[in-house]
Write a new protein. Structure first.
Length: 402
């Protein structure tokens, strides 16, 4: 007997995803990857500076007869011991005394954010962030059902004075900050503010998440102590970093340095997420760090990126409409522009794309009401002469809108 076919819609996606928009930045990046476009849009390291030779040798060693039984096998959740030791030495050398067993290797530092959200956040909890802030961190906190609350910022980054009132009102569990060469603004939090932030977090009972993917890419000035190393923040900061910007992002090797109180919970969350980060990739990274000179490699990156930063910053007065403001970062990858009142970066992007030059409008980076006159420019992926050509095209787009 034939039954009429009955069709019932399958259940919808979970509520936690309904309010999380797909990243407009990733969608804009797709538009900007057309051949011929000079793109200030991505936050990508320059591929010509990847150490393919060193990485080829590192993978060959990791796959050698005496190694592959271990490097192609399942492994521990915490990560490759040689890699954890190398990361701990590096963090210690950069001013944050660290033992290997404090390090949890993650699949990119992006995964560290997901693990932190899983371990600390209940739906409805408040998270404090800089305004504007790294977009994929906002997505991650929103997906955990958190309320993302912006902390007022000025040219030096977040204002620690504003924290007491916010904490009293919102009762947040954590504050997420990118204090060095911030994404998207390029700003760096000065030492006095770091110290004030560390003390405020201790006084107010907050976790701090200190995300530092860019700190080693410094082109001028002296390094500043990590927040995690300062009085008050020591046992309440989860410090994150990654090989993505100093070696290659495709390896997907990041890490977090766990306060003792969170170590077990983070390891359990990592087990549930992916058991462990790719064993072969960790082994290759450990081999590279052991046999190649990361300091020399980073110095090479800085020697290439510094002049690109200068070309962009020095070309902006001629490019942007009168009354524009922009940051002058000492490192990292980004310059943040605020166009004069009445300008809309989305509209300018359309004219820019028609002239084969691209950038990212700033509005997606705002957790609260956005400033639509803002945009982010990245200077790492083009040569100095391409940057000059790109700024000329951007100038033409600006002139066309007046
Ligand atoms: N944090 C910040 C501030 C970033 O800009 C990025 C990458 N753009 C990440 C974390 C994630 O980097 P990865 O997962 O490659 O380590």
């Amino acid at each position: 007997m034939n039954h009429p076919q009955i069709s019932t819609a399958p259940p919808p996606v979970a509520a936690r995803l309904r309010d999380v928009a797909s990243s407009p930045v990733r969608e804009i990046l797709a538009l900007t990857q057309r051949p011929g476009v000079i793109s200030f849009a991505g936050g990508l390291p320059a591929p010509e500076l990847f150490d393919a030779v060193g990485l080829r040798a590192a993978f060959a060693a990791a796959l050698a007869d005496e190694s592959y039984g271990r490097t192609l096998q399942y492994s521990t959740t915490e990560g490759d011991p040689a890699l954890r030791a190398a990361i701990a030495r590096r963090m210690t050398a950069r001013g944050l005394a660290t033992e290997a067993d404090e390090i949890l290797v993650t699949s990119g530092s992006q995964q560290a954010l997901t693990l932190i959200a899983a371990v600390l956040l209940e739906p409805g909890d408040a998270v404090l962030v800089e305004e504007p802030s790294y977009l994929a961190a906002l997505q991650c906190f929103q997906m955990a059902g958190a309320r993302v609350v912006p902390v007022p910022c000025d040219d030096d980054g977040l204002d620690p004075e504003a924290l007491s009132a916010l904490v009293r009102r919102e009762r947040p569990k954590l504050l997420y900050t990118v204090p060095t060469f911030h994404n998207p603004t390029g700003r760096t939090l000065p030492l006095e503010r770091r110290a004030a932030l560390a003390q405020a977090a201790a006084r107010l009972g907050l976790w701090i998440v200190e995300d530092d993917p860019y700190g080693e890419l410094r082109y001028r000035g002296e390094p500043i102590a990590p927040v995690a190393s300062l009085e008050g923040a020591q046992d309440r900061t989860i410090a994150l970093s990654t090989l993505s910007k100093v070696l290659v992002p495709g390896l997907r090797i990041g890490w977090l340095r766990t306060p003792v109180a969170l170590h077990r919970a983070l390891v359990v969350a990592k087990q549930a997420a992916d058991l462990h980060t790719s064993t072969i990739d960790q082994a290759a990274a450990a081999h590279w760090l052991q046999h190649c000179d990361l300091d020399a490699h980073v110095a090479g990156l800085c020697a290439a990126y510094g002049p690109r930063r200068d070309a962009l910053v020095e070309g902006l007065p001629e490019t942007l409409p009168d009354g524009s403001r922009w940051t002058r970062p000492d490192g990292g990858m980004f310059v943040w522009v605020t166009l004069p009142d009445g300008w809309d970066a989305d509209a300018l992007l359309q004219d820019a794309l028609a002239r084969e030059v691209a950038f990212v409008p700033g509005w997606p980076f705002f957790p609260g009401p956005p400033d639509r006159a803002t945009l982010r420019l990245s200077f790492t992926t083009h040569t100095v002469s391409e940057i000059a050509e790109g700024l000329g095209r951007l100038r033409a787009a600006v002139v066309s809108r007046r």
